[in-house]
Design a binder for this molecule. Sequence first.
Ligand code: ADP
Ligand code: MG
Length: 328
Amino acid sequence: MDEFELISQYFDRPAEDSRIVLAGGDDCALVNVPQGKELAFSIDTCIPGRHFFPEDQPENIASRAFRTALSDLAAMGASPLCFTLSLSIPECDSAWLGAFSARLHEEAEMFSCPLVGGDTVRGPLCITLQVQGLVPKGKAITRAGAKPGDIVYVSGRLGDAALALRCLQGEVSFSTQKEQDEISRAYYTPQPHIALGERLSGVASAAIDVSDGFIADLGHICRLSKVGAELDVSALPISAIFSDYVSEKESLQMALYGGDDYQLCFTAPESQSLAIAQMSDALNIPLTPVGHLSENEGIRAQSMNKSVAPFIDAVSQEFRRDGYKHFD
Ligand code: ADP
Ligand code: MG
């Protein structure tokens, strides 16, 4: 099978979508950018051994690559429009390509974000997705708008993906299949919080998706917004399942430093508290206040719950550790 047969068999699909003017087969794809909107775009590369396990199922690789890329649009308050795929593969493995591309198209349909083009080369396995989204002009939520006094929120739960990784690495084993499935979903099929991001535009002062760890990512908001944060770590949304498998200190470490959760961390003035509580109900997503911003640089942890107090010092020591970095 040559390159063009491969593209047409696995990746070229008619984009039945009025927003897409031209997709696949030409030198460029063409999309409509309606008046009053801005194009938001972001690119992410996934390689085996770093972003996924070499033995991972192609379906899981596809879901994770797509969803983590979309999460960047969610964090800016953008709505998905389309994506392109640059694929480097060592050989034409039809079982792998069939499973990978089928799942990718399923995800694309679910999130109304069709594949409109790409590039295919022979080489070491490497998957790059560029996602495009639309956001009302001037309404993107950046990392730089947070103000002292704003409340810090986090969506969903923190640490689930870190616990899933422990399990995948054989360090934790769950007693029921149900627990195992639920926790591995956090790693393989994270939820890009698109609807939440869209609603937060105009409400949140800053937002980021938690990919490198909560402290590291909140740290980016703090640096760019020139603020500091005071956290109540006893308020962190941690699944009850943690207490069955790891110590309280490890739970906190996973929630604070574990990456891959793709929850949204955002800040908002106190005047938006009611709107945010209503948003949480409407979307059925927990949105937990976990602290507030101050003028003092840096992130500090306290605990309103005495039982975690003994761990705070140990955990605070690690605040200098700064999430995942590729070139450390
Ligand atoms: P060019 O040489 O003009 O860059 P290519 O030969 O790379 O074009 O690609 C031919 C067509 O196939 C283009 O429309 C491109 O967008 C599409 N394409 C190539 N690889 C992929 C892929 N992995 N997924 C989707 N479309 C692809
Ligand atoms: Mg090309």
